[in-house]
Design a protein. Structure first.
Length: 440
C-alpha cells in the first residue's frame, strides 16, 4: 500500500516581507511532514499568500485565487488581501479559509483542519535555517512587523497593524543560523527598518551573554560582525539614520541604503504625510556621500499623486537631477481601496500620470547610465548568483537581488552561487555591468 504524504501547493505574492511570512509557514509545514508541491495537480490543498498594496497587486491576487480554485478547488488565502476577509469571501465563497497577514498560526490551524499532518517523524526533518524561497546564498531577515506611519497612499498599517519589533536576540540567532546554513548576504527588511525598537523604547536585550540594545544602529552593527554582506532596505529617513553611514564607510555593512522618498515637492509630501523638506534630504545625501563616498542610494517615488501639478512634477525632476540617486523605482499613483488619498481632490488623468512616469524614468535612465559608466575600470567585489551559457552572473555591493542591476562575468574559474570574487568592470549600460573575474 502506497503511503500518501499530505501535500501543499504554495503561491507567495507581494513584497519581501510577505516572502518571509511564506518561508515561516513553509518551514512549519515541512517540520510537520507536509510536502510542498510546485503544481496544482500534486497538491491536496493550495495556500496563497496575497498582496493588496496597489490595485494591480489586488488584481494579481484575485487572479491567483480564481486560478487555484479552478485548477485545484481546495484553497486557503492569507496575506494582505486576506485582511479584507469579507471582500475575498464574497468573491470566492468556496475557499477553505481566509486569514490576514502575518498569521502563520491561523494558516496552520486551517491546514490541520482540512488536511491533518502525517505523524511519521522521519518526515519532519528540515534544513538548518528553515525553508527559504530565495536562493541558498541570500535571505531576507525581517526585523519587525507593522508600521506607525499613516501615509495617505498606503493601507499597510490597516492590514498589518502598528510597529512590533522582534527581540534583537531572536533576530541575531536567526541571522547566525542563516549564515551557518550557507547564507552570504542578509537583506534586512520591515515596513520601516529605521524605526526598529521604537515600540520597545529601545530596551536592552542580551546576545552571546552581552547586552545589546533593541535599536537600528546597534542591530546593524551586530549583524555586520557576523561575516556576511548586510543590506538595509526600507529605511525611513529619520535623523538617526546618519549614524549608520560610518558603519558603511568602515565596511561593517554594505554601503547601500534603500530610502523610499516618494516625492520632492513640499505640498505633495504633506498630502502624503511624508517628511516634507527636500532641501534637508539633499543636504543629508551630500553628508552621507562625504562620510561614505561609495554609498549606493536607492529610492522609490510616486508620480501623478492627487493634486500634483506640472510645476510640482518638474520640481521632482529637478530633485532627481540634483540628488543623482544610483537606483530608482517609480510608480504612477494608483488608488487603493481604503487609502485616505482616494478622497483627496485633483486626481491626475491616467494619460498624464503615464506621461510623467515615462519622463521620470527617462531622466533616471540617463543618470544611471552616467553613474555606471564611471565605474568602468574599477575592480569590485561581486557575489555570484549563478551561471548561464555565456558565463557567470552576479551582483555588486550596489545591487540588491531582483530589483537592481546585475553583473555579467567572464573568467575561467570554478565558482558556486554565493562565492565572492574580485572583478574588473569592462563595460556598462543604463542598468547592468560587464566584468572580468580577477580572483576568487
Amino acid at each position: 500500500m502506497t503511503h500518501h504524504i499530505p501535500s501543499i501547493g504554495f503561491i507567495s505574492l507581494g513584497c519581501p516581507k510577505a516572502l518571509v511570512d511564506s518561508e515561516q509557514i513553509i518551514t512549519r509545514l515541512r517540520a510537520e511532514g507536509y510536502a510542498i508541491q510546485p503544481d496544482y495537480k500534486s497538491s491536496d490543498v493550495v495556500v496563497i499568500n496575497t498582496c493588496a498594496f496597489i490595485d494591480d497587486a489586488v488584481a494579481e491576487s484575485m487572479q491567483a485565487i480564481s486560478e487555484a480554485l479552478n485548477e485545484n478547488g481546495k484553497v486557503i488565502v492569507t496575506g494582505c488581501l486576506g485582511a479584507r476577509q469579507g471582500v475575498v469571501e464574497q468573491a470566492f465563497p468556496d475557499l477553505l479559509a481566509v486569514t490576514g497577514p502575518h498569521a502563520a498560526d491561523e494558516v496552520m490551524d486551517a491546514i490541520h483542519q482540512h488536511l491533518p499532518p502525517d505523524t511519521d517523524p522521519k518526515l519532519s526533518l528540515i534544513p538548518p535555517g528553515g525553508i527559504k524561497l530565495t536562493p541558498r546564498h541570500y535571505a531576507y531577515l525581517k526585523i519587525s512587523e507593522g508600521c506607525n506611519h499613516r501615509c495617505t497612499f498606503c493601507i499597510i498599517p490597516a492590514l498589518r497593524g502598528d510597529l512590533v519589533s522582534r527581540p534583537v536576540s531572536e533576530i541575531m540567532d536567526e541571522a547566525e543560523g542563516l549564515i551557518s546554513a550557507g547564507v552570504r548576504e542578509l537583506l534586512v527588511v520591515s515596513q520601516d527598518t529605521s524605526a526598529y525598537g521604537l515600540d520597545t523604547r529601545y530596551r536592552n536585550d542580551f546576545w552571546r551573554g552581552k547586552p545589546l540594545k533593541t535599536r537600528f544602529l546597534e542591530l546593524a552593527a551586530a549583524l555586520g560582525e557576523l561575516g556576511a554582506w548586510v543590506r538595509l532596505h526600507y529605511v525611513y529617513p529619520y535623523p538617526h539614520v546618519d549614524q549608520v553611514i560610518p558603519l558603511m564607510a568602515e565596511g561593517t555593512i554594505l554601503p547601500y541604503l534603500d530610502v523610499p522618498l516618494q516625492h520632492a515637492n513640499h505640498d505633495i509630501l504633506k498630502a502624503m504625510k511624508r517628511p516634507a523638506n527636500a532641501e534637508n534630504v539633499l543636504r543629508r545625501i551630500e553628508s552621507w556621500r562625504e562620510t561614505c563616498p561609495d554609498i549606493t542610494l536607492r529610492s522609490t517615488f510616486i508620480v501623478g499623486f492627487p493634486g500634483e501639478t506640472e510645476q510640482q512634477f518638474q520640481e521632482l525632476l529637478d530633485f532627481l537631477e540634483t540628488a543623482q540617486l544610483d537606483r530608482v523605482g517609480a510608480f504612477a499613483y494608483s488608488p487603493v481601496d481604503g487609502a485616505v488619498a482616494n478622497e483627496l481632490p485633483g486626481h491626475v488623468p491616467e494619460e498624464v500620470k503615464q506621461d510623467r512616469l515615462q519622463r521620470f524614468m527617462a531622466l533616471q535612465q540617463e543618470i544611471s547610465e552616467q553613474k555606471l559608466t564611471r565605474r568602468v575600470g574599477r575592480v569590485e567585489d561581486i557575489i555570484i548568483d549563478g551561471k548561464d551559457e555565456e558565463g557567470y552572473i552576479g551582483r555588486s555591493k550596489s545591487d540588491a537581488p531582483e530589483i537592481d542591476g546585475i553583473v555579467f562575468l567572464d573568467g575561467d574559474f570554478d565558482l558556486q552561487a554565493g562565492d565572492i570574487v574580485r572583478a574588473k568592470i569592462n563595460d556598462s549600460n543604463a542598468h547592468d555591468l560587464w566584468a572580468e573575474i580577477q580572483q576568487s
